[in-house]
Design a protein around this ligand. Sequence first.
Ligand code: PLP
Length: 259
Amino acid sequence: MLSSGDHIVIGDDIYGGTNRLLNQVMARFNIKMTFTDLTNISNLEKSIEPNTKLVWLESPTNPTMKVVDIKAAAAIAKKHNILLVVDNTFLTPYLQRPLDLGADLTIYSISKYMNGHGDVIMGSIATNNEEIYQKLKFLQNAMGIIPAPFDCYQVNRGLKTLALRMQKHNENCRLVGEFLERHSKVEKVLHPGLPSHPQYELFKKQASGHSGTFSMYLKGGLEESRTFLKAVKVFTLAESLGGYESLIELPFQTIKLPC
Ligand SMILES: *Cc1c(COP(=O)(O)O)cnc(C)c1O
């Protein structure tokens, strides 16, 4: 929906693939970008330029779990007549509903919690704005961005258990997070569902719970992290999330992979 010369404001912590798409693909089409820490919402207003068309954020962010005030971001975006996009992949509509909080578009990696079985690659955009919907429908047709029927069948099957899966993710992830927070070899746990999270109160206001994804800092450095990743038994070292397997990764390293 953007044109050459348009400007986007983006949260400074986003999924590595989004970062790559923006910096290495969209930048070639002369889309201008400002990355800023949206946990301080005044940074949003400061980053807006005359040609700003879009604000793009995640909450909680991948991978540092920053929580952004979606309502406040929506109010600023509206005031300047800019569209607000929220990537809600980490929480799904079961736990957080950005459109109800004022966002214009919610995007999902359906590949994650929504499908929930790690066997589909798909994305979706949700909007409650008829004009945007018509524009997107036109683009979908013009660009051929349609999923395969079999993939849709699998996602529909997965969605039937979304509520139960998210409840269990919420419970299990909190227990694992609490355990790690007490562990002597863990420096800190970043988990928006735990009271130790710096935006815990805000998170509770805009989301009804957390999913199964969180981050932690181990005591030590890269070497200790590598040793830990080699030693885990239940968790598989792999990118992705939201399936039934337990996965672990070191985002600092995965972000550098060429694909
Ligand atoms: C994985 C992920 C994406 C991209 O999803 P794909 O379906 O793999 O293309 C986008 N945003 C977030 C937050 C993700 O975790």
